[in-house]
Design a protein around this ligand. Structure first.
Ligand code: ATP
Ligand code: MN
Length: 482
């Protein structure tokens, strides 16, 4: 007898009609002691099992509840009822494991509406819900599409270190890595902690970006991308920040800023299209949830488009490309700014944009994804390529509706003298990054790259609103349960 997933079965059942099949899964509902809705995680759709209770012991029937795990063998038939195409007439039912009925009543497995906060408190069980099943199947599809995109475009997947000695960009606080006994730290003659005695003989941290290492690889392999965990100890308890998240960082030799923007746009559209084509059932469910959620909001806060509609619009339109300088003009002249509606008013050229400004540009002014480029050099990292004007660098950020920044990138400074000077100006330790500077000495070439936060893209594609709900086990300030 063939074991099969429910997804496979629902997709291709014709040749199995009137055959016996075996399925395994969890009970989502057991109606009238007769109909079991069985789910195995392979799809959001359940398989209906028809139980003729005369064929089974009372004891067995009594022990089947919501959340029970079952192995069922029976005949596959076309369904008599409406609502499903096929069902299984159970011949053999085996309960696979314990199900503590009383305790189950207080968990999120109990079939009723639970708040997202409560689902988060039981993150180890939330995979069993329709919502999180859909979110994590889509997260998988997004990751798969990312690898597929780069593979098709001749990029090499490069693994950069998780433990690093360099503070890549001063991007937020870093988590230290040590095997010192924290209650007994060795001190040097100056009374400071003596990292020379630590495991690596130096101070080390969890990486905030694989970019600098990625650049060195691109200087030989040409086109690379990294895709790995990234850590930032920034204490920003927002719905868009995690302390541990997954970042995708392509780095391409011979690309300039415009090539970099083209790549980012093409890449995002490819991944979103992949999800639209391959995750139809999960998207339909999320689209519906999104619409329901909008109804609970005040009129003015409601999204103008449905989830699927939003995704379709993003892949059709060309992203708006706007320089930082133009964006500042728009913001300075906006009603919001003049009436003091921004929490951080825009006063002059040179200020960093906050999420509220980014979202104004995307959601109100352009009503389209926006790529901002050529930012003031003083608000950007040392490695970005300096423009002719002496004021700006060849940076670019991709801003998405509902999210704000989803990608941050730049053309890199490939000119040795300029990079070295910039490092000195910005107090970046040359001795620590000697190997990075070295790549500008031996056949340096123009190159560019960017970083995409995987979770921000999954947020966008699933229509979820809190980043904690699109990563299986979120790490945020004061929270590392599970
Ligand atoms: P933000 O301004 O939103 O904090 P950033 O400018 O610090 O982001 P970058 O250093 O440019 O971000 O990182 C590249 C991408 O990584 C961002 O565009 C975003 O998608 C993602 N990202 C950055 N920080 C976080 C975080 N704490 N949690 C989740 N994703 C993040
Ligand atoms: Mn950024």
């Amino acid at each position: 007898m063939e074991k099969t997933t429910i997804k496979k079965l629902l997709g291709d059942y014709k040749k199995l009609i009137h055959h016996d099949i075996t399925v395994q899964g969890w009970v989502r509902a057991f109606r009238s002691n007769r109909f079991i809705a069985l789910n195995d995680g392979s799809t959001i759709n359940n398989l209906q099992i028809v139980v003729n209770f005369e064929d089974f012991s009372e004891e067995l029937i009594k022990n089947i509840h919501t959340a029970s795990s079952l192995k069922i063998t029976g005949e596959l038939v076309e369904s008599q009822g409406s609502g499903q195409s096929i069902e299984v007439l159970a011949k053999k039912i085996e309960i696979l494991g314990d199900n503590f009925f009383e305790e189950m009543q207080t968990t999120i497995l109990q079939p009723k509406k639970h708040s997202l906060e409560k689902l988060r408190e039981q993150a180890h069980l939330r995979f069993r819900t329709n919502l999180f099943g859909s979110v994590f199947r889509i997260r998988h599809a997004v990751s798969f599409a990312i690898h597929q995109y780069f593979n098709q475009n001749e990029f090499f997947y490069l693994n950069t270190p998780v433990i690093t000695g360099a503070d890549a960009e001063g991007a937020g606080e870093m988590f230290g890595v040590t095997n010192f006994d924290l209650n007994n730290l060795p001190k040097n003659e100056e009374g400071e902690i003596d990292y020379e005695q630590d495991f690596f003989g130096r101070k080390t941290n969890l990486t905030v970006s694989g970019q600098l290492e990625g650049e060195t690889a691109a200087m030989g392999l040409g086109r690379i991308y990294t895709f790995g965990p990234t850590f930032r100890a920034e204490n920003s308890n927002t719905t868009r920040h995690l302390a541990e998240f997954w970042m995708v960082e392509p780095e391409v030799a011979f690309n300039d800023l415009e090539d970099n923007i083209d790549l980012a746009e093409d890449f995002l559209k490819y991944v979103i299209k992949y999800v639209l084509e391959n995750c139809k059932d999960d998207l339909a469910f999320l689209d519906n949830r999104f619409a329901e959620e909008q109804k609970t909001k005040p009129e003015k806060d409601r999204a103008k488009e449905g989830l699927i509609e939003k995704l379709e619009n993003v892949i059709e339109k060309r992203f708006k490309r706007v320089s930082y300088t133009e964006a500042i003009e728009i913001l300075l002249n906006s009603k919001e700014n003049k009436k003091g509606k921004f929490q951080f008013p825009i006063e002059n050229w040179g200020t960093d944009l906050q999420s509220e400004h980014e979202r104004y540009l995307v959601e109100k002014h352009f009503e389209s994804p926006v790529v901002l480029f050529d930012y003031p050099k003083d608000i950007k990292a040392f490695y970005m390529r300096q423009n002719e004007d002496g004021k700006t660098v060849a940076a670019m950020d991709v801003l998405f509706p509902g999210i704000g920044e989803i990608i941050g990138g730049s053309q890199r400074e490939e000119r040795y003298e300029l990079l070295k000077t910039r490092m000195q100006e910005m107090h970046v330790d040359e001795k620590e990054l000697w190997w990075y500077l070295d790549t500008r000495k031996f056949g340096s070439v123009p190159h560019a790259g960017f970083g995409l936060g995987l979770e921000r893209l999954v947020l966008f594609v699933t229509g979820m609103s809190n980043i904690r709900d699109v990563i299986p086990f979120p790490r945020t300030p004061k929270n590392a349960e599970f």
